[in-house]
Design a binder for this molecule. Structure first.
Ligand code: HSE
Length: 436
């Protein structure tokens, strides 16, 4: 069979890694794909920049259109990233009848509905395993491995940079910005690292996971997103004393009222496997009605882990080149005409447990006032600890864990507690999930 010809857009961390893996493992890849896969063209913005890969035998230009418009190219690897001009490049590649493999979560989270619809019309594949959780084949696992299940919920550590920062802060007491700089140097962080630390990158990935889990359109704008920048070291310590770890989770849950889509710091019981996922590692826990819970773990960022997913997609596309488009695995797991517009719930409809930390005067009746307000909002307390005063303060930190409650009730209760004259400042609230 004729070799499959690949063109690569972007030769940075992920593009360079993909070139290296495709080249190094060419023989093994050909045995799997049933034909040779060769890179004939590539584009890079700055041709003089040092690269992690060799470009010997590849025609490299600074114009992506040279790759996209080359009639010999079968598969375009979009490894530039970002949702700006790249959208037009991908649409042009599709219009030219190319299959596309991309690691671009922001592009698909924002424009995926249009891109997949256009790809369907053209009968081409847009594959995106590398867009979520780096090396972990989570798209394939949910879309194919769990396709007999009704997915009830999933929860994932899906940003390697954020997890790396939280781990280094917890284990070594390192400074937030020093760890972030290291993540950038290692090629883990996004071009704009606020995407990592403010949860936007995780929200992009959660958008994709929720769509293939529940058969819903991509709806990034409806994901509730909270980052890790406000996590205080003291909360990490108190959580540990109570038997919990704080992780930055993306959670998608189907409830009777609609779907919860949320990214936020979360207390998890320390005994859960996912609570022990550290460094740049990612993990996704998926609960299917038949399979029960299953956990997927692996490196979430970095050149070769991400390239592993890119190359797996290239092989899948190479195998599918001769198949009838109607008989391919649907882009978003469900047949395109079967997507269900289940409502995505507003944040005040979430139901979860909470960790609360407040600073209260140390005198009789103060805690009674606080617990009365919680009771009034039907919020049941699971644990309550009063700590020693911090430094010279006369107020004491009070830590509470609540049972599952409606976020609307919690918001109202917090506002009332903060208004008490005996409570100082704002309550620090972190959601808690047992993931049982
Ligand atoms: N910035 C991302 C992360 C890269 O840290 O997870 C992988 O998507």
């Amino acid at each position: 069979m004729k070799p499959v010809k690949v063109g690569v857009l972007g030769l940075g961390t992920v593009g360079g890694g993909a070139v290296n893996v495709l080249t190094r493992n060419a023989a093994e890849i050909a045995r799997r794909a049933g034909r040779e896969i060769i890179i004939t063209r590539a584009s890079a913005k700055d041709l003089s920049k040092p690269r992690i890969c060799s470009t010997r035998g590849i025609i490299v230009s600074s114009d992506p259109m040279d790759v996209i418009n080359d009639p010999d190219i079968d598969i375009v690897l979009e490894l530039i990233g970002g949702a700006g001009p790249v959208k037009d490049m991908v649409l042009q590649a599709i219009a030219n009848g190319k299959h596309v493999v991309t690691a671009n979560k922001s592009l698909l989270a924002l424009h995926g509905n249009e891109i997949f619809a256009t790809a369907r019309e053209q009968g081409v594949i847009v594959a995106f395993e590398a867009a979520v959780a780096g090396s972990i084949p989570i798209i394939k696992a949910i879309r194919e491995g769990l396709s007999g299940n009704q997915i009830e919920w999933l929860a994932g550590i899906i940003n390697g940079t954020g997890n790396f920062i939280l781990t280094e802060m917890r284990e070594k007491g390192r400074d937030f910005f020093a760890v972030l700089a290291e993540a950038q140097a290692l090629g883990y962080a996004e071009a704009d690292p606020t995407f990592d630390v403010e949860g936007i990158d995780a929200a992009h990935k959660l958008t994709l996971l929720a769509s293939i889990a529940f058969g819903i359109p991509l709806q990034f704008e409806k994901v509730y997103t909270e980052g890790i920048t406000k996590i205080a070291r003291i909360d990490v310590e108190y959580a540990e004393q109570l038997g919990y770890r704080i992780k930055h989770l993306g959670i998608a849950r189907k409830t009777a009222d609609g779907i919860e889509l949320r990214v936020h710091p979360t207390l998890i019981p320390e005994g859960r496997l996912i609570a022990n996922v550290n460094g740049v590692m990612n993990a996704v826990l998926v609960k299917g009605d038949a399979a029960g819970p299953s956990l997927y773990y692996g490196a979430g960022a970095g050149a070769e882990p991400t390239a592993s997913a890119v190359v797996a997609d290239v092989i899948d596309v190479a195998r599918a080149l001769t198949s009838d488009p109607e008989n391919r695995v649907p882009h978003l797991a469900f047949q395109a005409n079967q997507l269900d517009d289940i409502p995505v719930l507003a944040a005040d409809c979430f139901k979860t447990a909470y960790y609360l930390r407040l600073l209260a005067e140390d005198k009789p009746g103060v805690l009674a006032d606080v617990t009365r307000i919680l009771a009034h909002h039907h919020i049941s307390i699971e644990a309550l600890i009063q700590k020693q005063p911090l430094n010279d303060q006369t107020s004491v930190p009070v830590i509470m864990l609540t049972q599952v409650t409606a976020e609307k009730e919690m918001n109202a209760a917090i506002a009332e507690i903060e208004a008490l004259p005996t409570v100082t400042g704002q309550i620090n609230r972190i959601r808690l999930e047992t993931l049982g």
